[in-house]
Design a protein around this ligand. Structure first.
Ligand SMILES: [Zn+2]
Length: 127
């Protein structure tokens, strides 16, 4: 067996980061987890064609899962920083780049790195 390739490591990390954010948002149901698996499978193909894109995979998987959840469940992740106004989802920035973050498009602020939503929401009042 080969050691784990950087590509597999990137996919594994992406899966773990997005799952961590789903757990933070308490939406890590079995069928939601399968959305992550689907995305990782598709991105595996993608990154095999373009290995330089390995560091972009976490942001892409986050966006795939966000899109899939929007169809089935609604907006995710909801912005934890804006206390008032309509509930709105966070965006991933950069859409295609390394070191993806969740940002609030309304307030224009970085909320947390992808994978760290739990630390951003943990201390917020829940009303
Ligand atoms: Zn916001």
């Amino acid at each position: 067996m080969d050691p784990i390739s950087p590509l597999e490591q990137a996919l594994h990390a992406a899966r773990a980061l997005v799952l961590a954010d789903l757990v933070a948002g308490q939406v890590a149901e079995a069928d939601v987890v399968s959305l992550v698996e689907e995305s990782v499978a598709q991105r595996r193909w993608w990154v095999e064609q373009w290995p330089e894109g390995a560091e972009f995979v976490a942001g892409l998987v986050a966006q795939d899962v966000q899109d899939a959840l929007l169809e089935r469940y609604g907006r995710w992740p909801l912005c934890p920083v804006c206390g008032s106004g309509d509930p709105h989802a966070l965006d991933v920035e950069p859409e295609l780049g390394p070191d993806p973050h969740w940002v609030c498009p309304e307030a224009g602020v970085k909320v947390a790195a992808v994978g760290s939503l739990g630390t951003a929401t943990g201390g917020m009042p829940s009303s």
